[in-house]
Design a protein around this ligand. Sequence first.
Ligand code: SF4
Length: 336
Amino acid sequence: MQIDHLRQRLRALGAKPLHEQRVLRDWIQGQPHDQGRRRAEDFLPLPVRVALPALDLELRGMLKLLSTHPGADGSARLLVGLHDGQTVESVLLPRDGLCVSSQVGCAVGCQFCMTGRDGLIRQVTSGEIVAQVVLARTLRPVKKVVFMGMGEPAHNLNNVMEAIELLGTEGNIGHKNLVFSTVGDPRAFERLPQGRVKPALALSLHTTKPVLREQLLPRAPRLSPRELVDFGESYARLTGYPVQYQWTLMEGVNDGEDEMDGIVELLKGKYAVLNMIPYNTIADLPFKRPSWEKARAIAAALHARGVLTKLRDSAGQDVEGGCGQLRAREAKGKVI
Ligand code: SF4
């Protein structure tokens, strides 16, 4: 279901913008069913009131929680079933965050990612994106939503922007707590500054070497690391919040002195945070995780050279951390 179709259906029943807003808000903010209905009944037009119980069921039935995999760090990976039998992953993050998926599969094909291996299977609709937040809110509060799960948000731009606008207006989530994460795509760069809700931006950098980046992210748009940072900087100045550059640290691939020099050259003095995430080794893929000590030394050295660097672990490291792995296991019939 697209949010826009839902709005059209409500309008066809006689709902005015205020009614529409109320119904959507009750859904996203997870109002207890009875309470929401009782309050809404005070002022909704009769045809909307009559349609609400069935609509409620439809909205709540859009996704199904198939399994929950809590991690030691307070996160939990959720395997979520869609109406057509496809599955995606959402991750409950520590401090009331949620990582959502924007596509089933992904066309970018990053060499180190499980999701990219099957290519794109289908887009996740705007309704299904918001429904991941609604589902997570039945488990715990959600005050931050990052689009870093399965899929490339820039390849599903209309649905993602529609979900972001709704979450930022009726979902009680601050705009800078909505994080659009992309490998970099000119279409997204054009669209984001025009949005009514301007999310924070995370850019997957991973290397400062254009040729290596093309190898690691084979079907990402051909933008050089410098072009990415140029866009990131102008967006950061426009919105007033720093851009998060993502760096998946892989042993012997992008953890050398040459890369560190490149990072300093690219990011020093920029309105930016570098999130360095040691790679989570996946059995079927050839990349390796560097030791935590080495990662810490790299992050400290970059920090000392003037690049605000945060060393992070991917959430749920101990429970098939790394997007796409739960889904891949489920496809092999191994998730219980
Ligand atoms: Fe797609 Fe992200 Fe995986 Fe790359 S890392 S293939 S962009 S899901």
